[in-house]
Design a protein around this ligand. Structure first.
Ligand code: VGL
Ligand code: ZN
Length: 227
């Protein structure tokens, strides 16, 4: 199969960044210059995703009763709305990326003039959806974006993932990209985690399924070479 690379920029939104984000990832803004350099490369398609929740979303601690409603700490069990036997343990967060708010906007310094598609996710208040492809339920799946179709319609072979957060939405988007059959690369310098200590575990999961972590210089070389 011919090398046809796509760039997927995950959730580079105000709420995930200092100084004002409600769920600010340390150094979240600092990856934008690197992402803008990647955006100048001849990827076959460049896509930005947005976490895009209703105010009553299940992942917001504010929508749950005390005492198990501490943002960043409390864990809850979510049942598949169509199958109570399938469950997911998931973390609660501060309200973030609420549709129509400033916090849900992409960072203005991101060069979105280079982006062809924006994929929004997390609309369904009943489920958490870190992956930009789909929610984690499988029996049945509840919510799916158009990302897989955008990539397959463009005959993409390789997906390069960057953005926020390295240990949540970047991780699950990369794992799903590989599962969907794309050779998947995470550009390490173009992501930041909520929690630094989670990264070795994330990289172990990548290793197990064949997702590769790559440096930006190698991406510049590969994508330019094949243009
Ligand atoms: C994310 C926590 C909650 C992310 C989204 O984009 O990584 N993290 N919602
Ligand atoms: Zn979210």
């Amino acid at each position: 199969m011919a090398f046809k690379p796509a760039l997927v920029i995950v959730d580079v939104q105000e709420d995930f960044c200092p100084p004002n984000g409600s769920l600010a990832v340390p150094g979240g803004r600092d990856i934008v210059p690197t992402i803008n350099k990647l955006l100048s490369l001849p990827f076959a398609v460049k896509i930005a995703t947005k976490d895009f929740h209703p105010q009553d979303h299940i992942s917001f601690a504010s929508n749950h009763p005390p005492p198990n409603n501490v943002p960043f700490e409390s864990m809850i069990t979510i049942k598949n709305p169509e199958n109570p036997d399938e469950t997911e343990e998931t973390r609660l967060w501060p309200d973030h990326c609420v549709q129509g708010t400033k916090g849900s906007e992409l960072l203005p310094e991101l060069d979105i003039s280079q982006v062809q598609h924006i994929v929004e996710k997390g609309h369904d208040k009943r489920v958490e959806m870190y992956s930009a492809f789909a929610d984690p339920f499988t029996k049945p799946n509840i919510s799916r974006s158009n990302l897989a179709k955008l990539l397959s319609d463009a005959h993409i072979s390789d997906v390069y993932v960057v953005g926020l957060a390295a240990d949540y939405c970047v991780k699950f988007t990369a794992l799903d990209a590989q599962k969907e059959g794309f050779k998947t690369w995470v550009v390490g310098e173009a992501t930041k985690p909520v929690d630094d200590s989670s990264i070795p575990g994330v990289y172990d999961e990548y290793e197990k399924v064949g997702v590769k972590v790559i440096g930006q210089d190698e991406v510049f070389r590969k994508v330019n070479e094949h243009a």
